[in-house]
Each structure stands twice: as structure tokens, then as C-alpha cells.
Ligand binder design. Sequence first.
Ligand code: APR
Length: 179
Amino acid sequence: MSDREPIPLAQRVRLVFEDITTLKVDAIVNAANNLLIGGGGVDGAIQRAAGPALMTECRLLGGCATGSAKITKGYNLPASYVIHTVGPIWRGGDQGEPELLASCYRNCFKLAKKYRLNTIAFPAISTGTYGYPKEAAADVAIRETKKALKANPQLELVIFCCYDAANRAVCEKAFQERI
Ligand code: APR
């Protein structure tokens, strides 16, 4: 048995209000589309900051199903890896959206474990172009993150990167209540 005290969960999760492309972590997560061909929002920002080699690698991946995740190198980013996941498009909530969003987080955490990553940063997947309600999305993110932190002691830090002002208020409230 290890004689080290486990680090409290709350110290392994952080909320930041920055551009995710500036974070020096093992992996940042991209809210991508099924074809992995880039787009606007966080996807566009990541592709621009990483440089064209990222798109070249993405083109070799054969797309990504909604709820799944694929990993590439980070190229010009400070992060070593990018984990591309595809969130669900919000269609009212009864088309499996909550399960698909949870699956995004679970599959990102699976890759984090497989690649032995210590630090990972998430944007608010699906809450921009894909229209997922921000509160409900934050609940899913927090629930899945807590499970992953309990299951994977190697994971030192999970960062939630809230970029826009609307997300900031929602994330702060969800954090105060749930972490
Ligand atoms: N850093 C962190 N978060 C960001 C950044 C950034 N640089 N830019 C945008 N965001 C935030 C948005 O404010 C939003 O809360 O990312 C969240 C997700 O929004 P989108 O990027 O629109 O992602 P999503 O809703 O999952 O839609 C995916 O948009 O860009 C396309 O190719 C992508 O088709 C896919 C779709």
C-alpha cells in the first residue's frame, strides 16, 4: 500500500479563463467535428496556433465519431498533444446528447490514461456552435472529471478552460456547488 496521502480532488481541478491554446499542459482537448477538418471556435484557434502540420495529421485519422476521441501531437502549441473529440449537436436533449457528451469526456480521459498524461485542459465541449446548454454541459464535465480523477491517480490536474463571459459565470457557479 502507498504511504502517500492522496491529493484532495479539489486540488486536482482548476478553472481558468484563458485561451486554451496558451496552456502548457500535456494535452489540450479540441471540440472538433466528425471530419476533423478544422472549423471556427476553439477548433479554429487550435489549428491556427498549432500550425499546418496538425491538419496534415488530422487528415490521416479518418474522422472521428460523435462521442469518440483521437489524439495527435501538439506541434507549435505549448501542449504536447491535442485530443480531438466531437461533441453532440444539441437537438433538444432527447437525442442521446447527455450520454454522447459524457462519452466525449470519458474517451478523452481514456486517452489521457493510455498516454500517461498528468495534465489535461478542456474547453466547454459542444457549448458554442453545437448549442448545448452551458449549465447542463458543465454538470456532465464535472461529473465525468470527478470519476476520472478517482480512477486515475496519475492524473494530477484537469483544467476547465472557460473562454467566453457566459461560460465563465456558469462554470464558476457549477464549480462552487459541485467540486
Ligand atoms: N479557448 C478556449 N475555449 C474557446 C476558445 C479558445 N481559444 N475559443 C472558443 N472557445 C469556447 C467557446 O466559447 C465555447 O464555449 O469553446 C466552447 C465550444 O465552442 P465551439 O468551439 O463552437 O465548439 P462546439 O460547440 O463543440 O462546436 C463544434 O464548431 O468550430 C467548429 O469544427 C468545430 O464543427 C465543430 C463545431
